[in-house]
Design a protein. Structure first.
Length: 405
């Protein structure tokens, strides 16, 4: 796992270097281990709705799980920076299985407050492997080019899992029942989060000695900037999902909305993988502003084309071109701002921003789309993109070294 060799400059050769840095099993492990976090909210919604007979209760349970996740992820990240990733992740896996058991038990009581509390516990104990993985790359990849390549790969993996996870929930739910979908997520957590936790790379994120940890200092307040940016990105996701679903519903098939939304991942994957080829003079601040402007443009095109699904699909594809680069840019800045030994906590804060943003975007976008039509739902996407572009003004011109976080 040596990182002393200079990083190559070709696209394929740069990505081929990642398995040599982390080991061949690392990328499959981190990919499969983050599937549960994309499955659990939807699986909780389906299970609670089915068990209670109420979509409203199911929605509340899903929201409770999201709030629990938003609170729990930073707590777990903070603990991992101080205790080491392996020990904390293994404890979290066990706690998550207990929380799932509690949810099934609460459903048997038919008491809504208990169900919501149990759903919040499920979200609180949900392992956020993506943030842990990025924190490992900050220690493993000594060359800034390798860090940039790894973060681009991480962004692509996130895109893939956010599509595959919900699709897997739907498939298992159709072939079995809602409980089977949640149990599948539990099985993936048990096996692959444990594999990720015990992968030899966990040694790279061993906690710093107490004296070195004190010397590293506290997390700077400027980290609020990338957290707000992730809140904007989550809002884009939530409002786009609800807007596209509303547009599909007007033509008589709401289920087509998920397929149209999935198209955004195509454009996002292409631009994310090619992001490593951008010259260094194209600064993070410039990328940040361009991505925000691109999201505003995409939102305008979606509003103009809704509810015609053909043109809307093209607009969603164009919106996706700016999604992946925005996520990678924000994560890169956060990595540079993270003090040594605080990488997992900072990355966890970004994840919480996305979770809260999705909830915000889905609720606002859904309400506007229902009252005034799908085009108005996409207005929330445009507002979030504009705020993202505006926060580029607060992006520091320089940050701390990424490799040491």
């Amino acid at each position: 796992m040596s990182t002393t060799t200079p990083a190559p400059t070709g696209l394929l050769s740069r990505y081929a270097r990642l398995p040599r840095i982390a080991g061949r099993a690392y990328l499959p492990a981190t990919t499969l281990a983050r599937l549960p976090i994309t499955m659990v909210p939807l699986a909780v919604l389906a299970l609670v709705t089915s068990a209670s007979g109420s979509v409203a209760v199911g929605g509340l349970a899903s929201a409770a799980a999201a709030v629990g996740e938003a609170v729990g992820v930073p707590v777990v990240g903070w603990s991992a920076d101080r205790r080491g990733q392996r020990a904390v992740l293994l404890v979290v896996v066990a706690a998550h299985l207990l929380a799932l058991t509690g949810l099934f038990a609460a459903l048997d009581t038919d008491r809504t407050p208990l169900v919501l509390a149990a759903a919040a516990g499920v979200g609180f104990t949900l392992p956020s492997v993506g943030g842990f993985s990025r924190a490992r790359w900050l220690r493993m990849a000594g060359d800034p080019q390798d860090v940039a390549t790894a973060f681009a790969a991480e962004g692509t993996i996130d895109e893939a899992t956010f599509i595959l996870g919900p699709a897997l929930v739907g498939l298992v739910g159709v072939l079995g029942d809602p409980a089977a979908a949640l149990l599948t997520a539990a099985g993936l957590t048990t096996v692959f989060v444990t594999v990720f936790a015990c992968h030899p790379t966990h040694r790279r994120t061993a906690p710093l000695p107490r004296t070195a940890s004190r010397a590293a200092g506290r997390v700077p307040w400027v980290v609020v900037v990338p957290v707000v940016a992730m809140l904007c990105m989550g809002t884009v996701f939530g409002a786009t999902q609800t807007g596209v679903t509303a547009a599909a519903e007007t033509v008589g098939s709401a289920s087509l909305g998920s397929l149209v939304y999935a198209v955004s991942a195509i454009g996002s994957t292409v631009t994310t993988l090619c992001l490593v080829l951008l010259p260094a003079r194209f600064t993070l601040r410039a990328r940040w502003a361009v991505c925000g402007a691109g999201l505003v443009l995409g939102a305008g095109l979606m509003a103009a084309t809704a509810p015609r699904l053909g043109p809307l699909t093209v607009a969603v594809l164009l919106l996706g071109l700016f999604v992946g680069p925005a996520l990678v840019t924000v994560n890169t800045l956060a990595a540079r701002l993270a003090p040594p030994g605080r990488g997992a906590f900072v990355m966890a804060l970004l994840n919480s921003g996305v979770v809260l943003g999705v909830a915000t975007g889905a609720s606002l976008g859904g309400a506007l789309a229902e009252q005034a039509g799908p085009a108005w739902g996409f207005a929330v996407v445009g507002a979030a993109g504009a705020l993202l572009a505006a926060t580029a003004l607060a992006v520091p011109r320089t940050g701390g070294p990424a490799a040491g976080a």
